[in-house]
Ligand binder design. Sequence first.
Ligand code: AMP
Ligand code: GLY
Length: 454
Amino acid sequence: MRVMVVGGGGREHAIAWMLAKSPRVQKILCIPGNGGTATLPKCQNIAMNPQDFDGIARFAGVQGISLIIVGPEDPLAKGISDHLRQQNLPVFGPTQAGAQIEASKSWAKQLMAQANVPTATAKTCTTAAAAKSYIQRQGAPIVVKADGLAAGKGVVVAETVEAALKAVDELTQQGFEKLVIEEFLEGEEVSVFALTDGKTFRTLLPAQDHKRIGEGDTGKNTGGMGVYAPAPLVTPELMSRIEAEIIAPTLQALRDEEIDYCGVLYVGLMITPEGNPKVVEFNCRFGDPETQVILPLLETPLEEVLLACVKGKLEVLPPLEWKTDQALCVVAAAPGYPESYTKGMKIQGIEQAGEKGAVVFHAGTQQRGSELVSSGGRVLGVTALGTDFDAAAEQAYDAIAAINFEGIYYRRDIGHRVRTSPAPPKTGDIAQDKSAEGATADEIGEEGTTETEA
Ligand code: AMP
Ligand code: GLY
């Protein structure tokens, strides 16, 4: 069969990599893909914009595509699945109505209230004055969220009332008209993904990512600096509660809204100190970097599972099979990330890292002639599997040490909560200091450009 993957990050590379392992999959077309999918066997990058729905539909028709997987939230929120479904194309990813679960935090909050799903208490405010007065009444800590998609920059966890008021001003200045002001939840965060055909669902192994740029989970929020799965925090009992108290009622509420939700329901959870799961956010897609550790643990061919969703036959799919290993991924970022960062840096050592037994997923890379160069803030995700997290971490760090690009930065303590061995020496400190200052013109070099990213 021939498959199409829309997107060009680490998540899409991991999806394509899984598909490529299956003998049933003959060809994978990535729109637009990245430096990693460019060299993946059976895989071809197509220089097409993920927002070009007409072009993608035409191309998928001509190519005889049996399955289209949409990676990122942006095209989903803009209605790519509606468009492709109208042409009778088999697409894995919710419709525009379903994607609201991520694209509008106020809509998601309303749905959760309807479904009686545990989450932080919140108020949706349509003016800055209303938001500020609610914040004054509630006090701090408190969380201020923009209602729309904001590439990870729309959430401010404010320690003080002043910081929350400032966040209101900043977000309204950026043009967000609606804000959700939310109770601060204490606890540990974990990601659980449910694959669904709209009727029934299957959960994948739980993962925990490290969102902060600095070691010890400090500093600025990022798209994710590392991740591990299966997260031991989610015991089988807790997973059963998450399924019964959160996923099932949410999918029922979507059906009540007459939304035919086929795709991933990404549940971002806070496990409170009392051990109760509460929803922090929903997303309408696979998480990144979580996908880079979850999928390599899956034994069942990925296309079988996704096709079962697309065909509405998830109920009859045999139980998912998983490796018994533990997986850990370390993200290598460009200097400056998550602020403005350097692009266009030559990357070396990927092959050597692979020889050490790790899988190197490309998040922000590009093939430029014979050279591989960086094109994003998060550049690579190095994943290793082991009999335990210590073994996986050792292998991932051994592999990432073989990789080099100017100013490469990665955290040395990924998985610290689940590892028994001490973190390797902090040789990344120099790179970290540089990243804190942001890239200078000299560091950027002739070909480089700077940009910011979630
Ligand atoms: P979101 O985009 O809603 O997931 O928010 C981004 C990050 O902000 C989350 O991953 C959490 O680390 C943090 N966050 C969001 N909402 C809350 C909350 N109610 N309490 C504590 N932290 C939160
Ligand atoms: N890892 C966070 C996300 O995918 O949104």
